[in-house]
Design a protein around this ligand. Structure first.
Ligand SMILES: NC(=O)c1ccc[n+]([C@@H]2O[C@H](COP(=O)([O-])OP(=O)(O)OC[C@H]3O[C@@H](n4cnc5c(N)ncnc54)[C@H](OP(=O)(O)O)[C@@H]3O)[C@@H](O)[C@H]2O)c1
Length: 216
């Protein structure tokens, strides 16, 4: 499969490495053609890796992954022609964190809206699937870093797209995947960020996750 990974940060690098390791081709996208971070990644990625602009990566990918800074994800995606996203799965792992007023960051979109929904509204022909945003990037691709049973959330409007992404999550090693429903549920997973950030400070490690316990 060909993936267009939008984002050159820790998450873009971690997911790109995993996708290549699983035998996929990846084009990592950035605002510029010659991002230093993307070039460094390419040196290690080998022949299955490519780099380019966000538009190049979206054109290349059969599946797109949004790993851009959440408060600027819409700006990043607006650099991509809508037709490059039409009909494609767009996995959104971003959180709309705003650190401009200090730490800990607040959510720039919240309550009755979410980044996932905003992306879906702006790109109605894309199949937005929100997932992986509730764990650290190392845990995204290696859930075994957290001991015991723990859960990954997924939501989106298109059931077939969610099935495809669920199969990918299983390849990453996720065992328990909780489908919350349509993309409005991105409100819930993005709004886990305030507690996630505080737990990170409290626990002193990013290797933790949420576990849902019920009698259902
Ligand atoms: N770090 C984690 O473990 C983790 C876990 C869960 C979710 N997330 C979420 O995943 C996303 C990526 O996180 P990250 O830590 O890898 O990197 P990040 O620093 O949040 O984002 C880096 C990417 O955002 C792009 N970007 C920054 N400002 C932009 C702007 N004004 N317009 C367009 N694009 C812009 C950068 O483009 P250039 O390449 O051009 O510089 C770069 O590709 C974030 O939304 C974050 O909340 C992170």
């Amino acid at each position: 499969m060909k993936y267009g990974v939008l984002g050159t940060g820790q998450v873009g690098q971690e997911l790109s490495n995993k996708l290549v390791a699983l035998g996929n081709e990846v084009c990592m996208g950035s605002r510029s053609q010659d991002s230093k971070e993307a070039k460094t990644w390419l040196e290690r990625a080998g022949e299955k890796g490519k780099i380019g602009t966000f538009a190049d990566a979206a054109r290349f990918g059969e599946i797109i992954v949004n790993c851009t800074q959440g408060a600027h994800s819409l700006e990043a995606l607006r650099l991509v022609a809508k037709k490059e996203l039409n009909g494609k799965i767009l996995i959104d792992v971003a959180n709309p964190l705003d650190s401009s007023r200090g730490m800990p960051p607040v959510l720039s979109i919240c309550n009755a809206d979410s980044l996932g929904e905003s992306i879906q509204r702006e790109f109605p022909e894309a199949k937005v699937v929100k997932t992986l945003n509730t764990v650290n990037c190392r845990v995204m691709t290696d859930p075994g870093r957290v001991p015991g049973d723990h859960d990954m959330f997924i939501c989106g409007n298109d059931d077939t797209a969610k099935k495809t992404v669920t199969a990918l999550l299983r390849e990453f090693g996720w065992k328990s995947i909780v489908d919350l429903g349509d993309i409005t549920n991105a409100r819930a997973t993005e709004q886990l960020m305030p507690i996630w950030i505080r737990l990170w400070g409290k626990l002193g490690t990013a290797d933790f996750n949420f576990r849902i316990v019920s009698d259902a």
